[in-house]
Ligand binder design. Structure first.
Ligand code: GLN
Length: 484
């Protein structure tokens, strides 16, 4: 059962081959037996899961099931879940039981989807390796000496190790796509504003976006059908019709125009990754696509721009964690200042503190124009590059990550080399564009992801382009031996 996609599980449930309760129990058992080595979950919720599964079984029997009713799912521990600890990977929120559901969570509940638990993540989603989590590093199921990527590393590892059929993730600078690439699964970051951010613990509000992490593009489409849509409780959520994301999956790709940015194939790209990505592009040519070289001249500015904008927004968002209202509070504060200082000093990890310091500096009087305002101008240039490219091409392709999974500890003392892990993914967040990562082969014995970036609201096309590739290849079906 654990090798089936969500679409296959849904069909099996409806045909009565197994019940949601049986399916849920088998996943809970796998988590119990196998997650010790991987550490992909922070909290497992067996009672809640089984109760939801029994309700789903009733709904299926009554003939009023939705597409994903009874199928299990794991949520990144950044989404508030009513009555369940929601830690955002931080000691600061280790004792925080959310009093309400994030919109993403409540939409899945309404659809009858079963919640297995909450997945591990970099602290407050800051990281590219899942090593900054208060709950310890997550291991890559393909090789447990290596990282699964981050910040949605727990979701990625859980799906790759078949400890959940799929999971939710969030992507501020690459945190869905990069871990998806490093563990060989499918990940989609939607257009900014497409999925509600309500109840999703904020990191950088103008960049954060939730999306699906799945085994296949078809599953990502099924999840998008549940997740996407306007929410009056998120002021940046867009009022725009939601298409059926499965509708175009089977369209052929004849005449599709693929742009290959020359800046995405230069220095710093691992030769094995380049080879796998080039082979994937050849496959697209066989499927009828045309390939043109394009240029995104401001690519080199995206990492520095992001590392002003994201820390600035994080320094403002994380000011709410003050030891007063909720979350961690230090022992025996002598006065209010001591309470603030020690609660924040003891509650946050090093990477989070680094970001708060950088962001507060960039926003301070005298430096605001030089850093924050400048970064906003560069952000416009980066997004103009894409607008020009999309006048000529339908989608943009390249590698998701410059390398395959690196060793645990290898980059943790060198923030800049860690930040460069997202060199190909960050620009889509700065521009607000949708992007996907699709399994596209192996290099150095580890999975490689192909990135597909689309124009605003073109998720349907991205899913079609990814699905057609998955009909022609079987990279997305490969599983790490120990978890197959
Ligand atoms: N790795 C990037 C960072 O550390 C992106 C994280 C994310 O997308 N949440 O900020």
């Amino acid at each position: 059962m654990h090798n089936k996609t969500m679409a296959e599980l849904s069909a099996g449930l409806k045909a009565g081959e197994f019940s949601s309760e049986e399916l849920t129990r088998s996943y809970l058992e796998r988590i119990e037996n196998l997650d010790g080595d991987i550490n992909s979950y922070i909290t497992v919720t067996p009672e809640l899961a089984l109760q939801q599964a029994r309700e789903a079984d009733k709904r299926i029997a009554a003939g009023n099931a939705d597409a994903l009713t009874g199928v299990p799912l794991a949520h990144k521990d950044i989404f508030c879940t009513d009555g369940v600890r929601t830690s955002s990977g931080s000691k600061m929120l280790d004792n925080f039981i959310a009093p309400y559901d994030a919109t993403v969570v409540s939409r899945f509940k309404q659809a009858g989807v079963v919640t297995l638990g909450k997945t591990n993540m970099d602290e407050f989603a800051m990281g590219s390796s899942n090593e900054t989590s208060f709950y310890g590093a997550v291991k890559n199921p393909w090789n447990t000496d290596t990282v699964p990527g981050g910040s949605s590393g727990g979701s990625a590892a859980a799906v790759a190790a078949r400890l959940a059929p799929a999971a939710t993730g969030t992507d501020t600078g690459g945190s869905i796509r990069q871990p998806a690439a490093l563990v060989g699964i499918t990940g989609l970051k939607p257009t900014y504003g497409r999925v509600s951010r309500y109840g999703m613990i904020a990191f950088a509000s103008s960049l954060d976006q939730a999306g699906p992490m799945t085994r296949s593009a078809e599953d990502a489409a099924l999840m998008m059908n549940v997740m996407a849509g306007f929410d009056q409780r998120d002021s940046t959520s867009l009022q725009r019709e939601v298409p059926d994301y499965t509708a175009d999956l089977d369209k052929d790709l004849k005449g599709l125009k693929i742009g290959l940015p020359k800046e995405y194939f230069g220095e710093g790209l691992d030769a094995g990754v380049a080879k796998a990505v080039e082979a994937a592009i050849e496959e697209y040519k066989k499927l009828g696509a045309e390939v043109v070289e394009i240029s995104l001249p401001n690519t080199g500015l995206s990492v520095p721009t992001y590392y002003v904008v994201a820390p600035a927004e994080c320094s403002s968002n994380l000011s709410r964690f003050d030891g007063v209202r909720f979350g961690y509070r230090c022992e025996d504060p002598v006065d209010l200042e001591d309470l603030y200082k020690r609660s924040r000093g003891e509650g946050f990890g090093d990477e989070v503190k680094r970001r708060i310091l950088v962001g507060t500096y960039a926003l301070s009087a005298g430096y605001y124009d030089a850093y924050y305002l400048k970064a906003q101008k560069l952000r416009r240039l980066i997004s103009d590059d894409f607008n020009q490219a999309f006048e000529k091409v339908d989608v943009i392709m390249g590698p998701t990550s410059p390398t395959t999974a690196f060793n645990i500890g290898e980059r943790s003392d060198d923030p800049v080399s860690m930040y460069l892990s997202d060199i190909y993914t960050i620009a889509a967040n700065l521009a607000g564009l949708p992007g996907m990562s699709v399994p596209a082969g192996f290099a150095n014995g580890m999975p490689v992801g192909l990135q597909i970036i689309g124009n605003y609201f073109d998720e349907g096309r991205l899913l079609n382009v990814a699905h057609q590739f998955q009909q022609a290849t079987d990279w997305h079906q490969r599983a790490p031996v120990a978890y197959a």
